[in-house]
Design a binder for this molecule. Structure first.
Ligand SMILES: NC(=O)C1=CN([C@@H]2O[C@H](COP(=O)(O)OP(=O)(O)OC[C@H]3O[C@@H](n4cnc5c(N)ncnc54)[C@H](O)[C@@H]3O)[C@@H](O)[C@H]2O)C=CC1
Ligand SMILES: O=C(O)C(=O)COP(=O)(O)O
Length: 387
């Protein structure tokens, strides 16, 4: 029996996959697994039983990854599962920044009782005129799951698209329209684009990536779109640029007290992934990955441990070991098994940064003594008998 806790509401498309082997609990301390969206977990250190966290979504800056990695807690996310939801909002945000649809809609609301509204609006409408996005330049910073969809959609809307991502994956490269100009300096985007949209994770290295210097290089009346995270844009510089008429708009899914209500800001309460489709996709993927890890020890789409799969165990026993990525670990594991007269039938050992993961299938039952021998090896973080 596995116990799981949901820190946010998770779509039934995911939770309904749990079998009778799973029980939802209220206490975090009792949970083997956690399902989470944006709930802040940094203070959640008292997690004695926790084996895994599944983030139903992309960003993991709400999770204490370094601490959990050291505790042998595997953190998953669901790459791409909500990307279309965000892409559609970015396109909507760009249109809202180009045509004064919000102002026009507000005018109709305010004048709804006027019996002459049909005549009055023809006079009023010039106050809400705008620009078209066709033939404008858009710069996409970060060409991952969302950035690629935004870049391709913008190209299909006849925009000229520039993309910046020094870590572009092979998958993204395959999916990206060949019409997208790949630039190697972010300044090319700052200097040339009418719309600048950012789709990178919030990391120490990406904090204030849209900096005061970057904003100073932008064209007058440029629009910045931030559907990624607050913290990626220098808000002091941003507010100053809006106030002195340098920038036309800041469209964001991550308002803060500093930017909310400032003239030129179009803000939403973190709605990018809040669609039925994205919530269902994320929940399903998160639960499937979690169950495969808990039941089989397989890791897919973890942000802190390597992807490692051995399918379903067909032999007498399976043991999994989360460990540090340091020399000689494998020799020590196989040595410990040999000493206990355990024969390995299949194994996989993968690394990711400072961490590594090994799964061993063996043709005899794994005893408590053998588990202890493995646990005692320096650098071992968590040992689990899967079967
Ligand atoms: N508004 C919302 O509801 C949502 C917001 N997000 C945010 O959007 C971010 C991106 O999401 P995905 O595209 O799904 O993630 P992803 O992991 O597929 O893509 C991120 C891309 O950023 C690139 N990158 C990393 N550091 C960079 C740097 N210094 N310069 C340029 N590129 C860099 C990576 O190479 C990768 O291609 C998430 O981390 C999250 O913070 C994600 C989903 C929903
Ligand atoms: O997936 C992400 O990174 C998001 O920002 C979506 O967050 P949410 O699941 O809507 O709280």
């Amino acid at each position: 029996m596995f116990q799981y806790k949901c820190l946010n509401p998770i779509s039934a498309c995911g939770t309904s996959l749990f079998t009778e082997e799973y029980k939802q609990v209220e206490e975090l301390q009792e949970a083997d697994a956690v399902l989470v969206r944006s709930a802040a977990m940094h203070d959640m250190q008292d997690v004695p039983n926790l084996l895994a966290v599944a983030r139903a979504g992309a960003g993991v800056n709400n999770i204490p990854i370094a601490d959990y990695s050291d505790k042998g807690i595997v953190v998953f996310n669901t790459p791409g599962a909500n990307a279309n939801g965000v892409k559609e909002m970015v396109i909507a945000g760009m249109l809202l920044a180009s045509r004064d649809l919000i102002g026009g809609n507000k005018w109709v609301e305010e004048n709804k009782e006027d019996p002459n509204i049909t005549k009055a609006m023809e006079k009023a409408k010039k106050a809400f005129a705008g620009r078209e996005i066709q033939n404008k330049k858009i710069g996409v910073i970060g060409l991952g799951a969302i950035g690629v969809l935004v870049a391709n959609a913008a190209h299909n809307l006849n925009m000229e698209v520039y993309g910046y991502d020094p870590f572009l994956s092979v998958k993204s490269a395959w999916n990206l329209s060949r019409a997208v100009h790949h630039v190697s300096s972010i300044d090319e985007i700052f200097e040339n684009c009418d719309f600048i949209t950012i789709h990178v994770p919030l990391l120490d290295s990406t904090k204030n990536m849209i900096s005061a210097e970057g904003i100073a290089k932008m064209k007058k009346d440029a629009v910045i779109l931030n559907f990624a995270r607050n913290g990626l844009v220098d808000e002091d510089a941003l507010v100053a640029a809006l106030e002195n008429g340098k920038l036309a708009h800041y469209v964001t899914d991550f308002p803060t007290p500093k930017v909310a209500g400032v003239d030129g800001v179009i803000a939403f309460p973190h709605l990018g992934a809040s669609t039925e489709e994205s919530e269902d996709n994320c929940a399903e993927m998160a639960v499937e990955q979690l169950m495969d890890y808990l039941e089989n020890g397989n890791i897919t789409n973890s942000v802190n441990y390597p992807n490692t799969q051995l399918g379903v165990c067909q032999t007498q026993g399976r043991i999994s070991i989360l460990h540090r990525n340091i020399p000689n670990m494998l020799t020590r594991f196989t040595g410990a098994f040999a000493k206990d007269n355990i024969n390995i039938t299949e194994m996989s050992n993968k690394t990711k940064g400072d961490y590594a993961y090994a799964i061993f299938d063996v043709d005899s039952q794994i005893t408590e003594g053998s588990v202890q021998h493995i646990t005692d090896i320096e650098g071992v973080l968590k040992v689990r008998v899967i079967k």
